[in-house]
Design a protein around this ligand. Sequence first.
Ligand code: DOR
Ligand code: ZN
Length: 451
Amino acid sequence: MSPLILKGVRPYGEGDPVDVLIRDGVIAAIGAYDETSATLDGHPVHPGGTTSGDVTSGGTGHRTVEGGGAVLLPGFVDLHTHLREPGREDTETIATGSAAAALGGYTAVFAMANTDPVADNAVVVEHVARRGREVGLVDVHPVGAVTVGLGGERLAELGTMAKAGVRVFSDDGHCVHDPLIMRRALEYSKALDVVVAQHAEEPRLTVGAQAHEGEQAARLGLQGWPAAAEEAVVARDCLLAAQVGARLHVCHVSTAGTADVLAWAKARGTEVSAEVTPHHLLLTDERLATYDPVNKVNPPLRTAADVERLRQALADGVIDCVATDHAPHAVQDKDVEWSAARPGMLGLQTALSIVVETMLRPGLLDWRGVARVLSERPAEIAGLPDQGRPIAVGEPANLTLVDPDARWTVRGAELASIAANTPFEGMELPGRVVATLLRGRVTATGGRVAA
Ligand code: DOR
Ligand code: ZN
């Protein structure tokens, strides 16, 4: 592949614009491209053409992306994506989900195990990984189930799946609620050097639950999902992880109380990490007043006080990262009466904008912080050596270019996913992904994925 120059970009949104030379999938030089000598920071570059905002091929020469002062970040890593293949290819496929990911600025995603068949064995995880490689728009890492069929009763063959390359295990959609099974899973995860990601929900406390347990649910006549059902499991699992000496990752933290538990566990040295979703950073259970099931999600939307605490926890590192919980659903499963609707919402193409809206604009994070929560920390948690790396010479060119000043209006029908269940429909959001690069290859630019 011919070399690529990102022209006029600002790494981490800092300093004056620079040019970045990418060769053989690696950042080769950072400096100023000099047309006359056709060099960048002393590196010779064959001259090539340019067009604004898009990629041009300069014949035998280099290709150029005009940055226009856009913010350059390490490519985003999503620890929590539902790609629905195999089993529900009517709502999302590895191809369409990968396109959504690339357009959203992601260079790696973790595909949750609650597919049909469940990814609880090496055959299914290898299939997902292979399909991801064939599509080639984003690194697709299959998550392995913790228990057979997500049933919560028998441990799946974690060792076999780890040997097949699985780094993260989760029964997401279901909680590993039996403490003995969870303890065993943590013991295996320690021995295998992988991480268990828990969907924290004590099922005995959420039977029939339809909404956050509180005033709004009472007013609307919806059965409550108490905060303690999440907090109690997180507390228990922090204790178990500490006891076993294993690492624990907590999926989609949704309550202020869970942030308190995490702060306590981290203070006492427990190796626990946690994610928050964009929707839990922005939306509250006030949205439920219309009974529109697009707002139904598990864990449910909580209160304004929870949202405020989650933002603060993400800012100060009590919560490590943002993960989308991208959950496509078909119209017949979603656009139905509230109690019958499946929980979940799209997230891959709106995550960056929601983080800009809820964290960057209020001054809770700067662009370095955005890089930390969307890229560096998730890469570290999953143990990906080539993602979430510094923007520096010699590093792999997994990069995302963001226009910080752009504003755009969300239209579910225009997103790359097959399903269209976005709760942000019609909202005007700040910040837009201009281009995404996977090992130096442009996977998305100008709102379109690479052919
Ligand atoms: O809202 C959710 N949807 N929460 C989950 O835990 C699972 C997910 C799904 O698979 O649809
Ligand atoms: Zn979940």
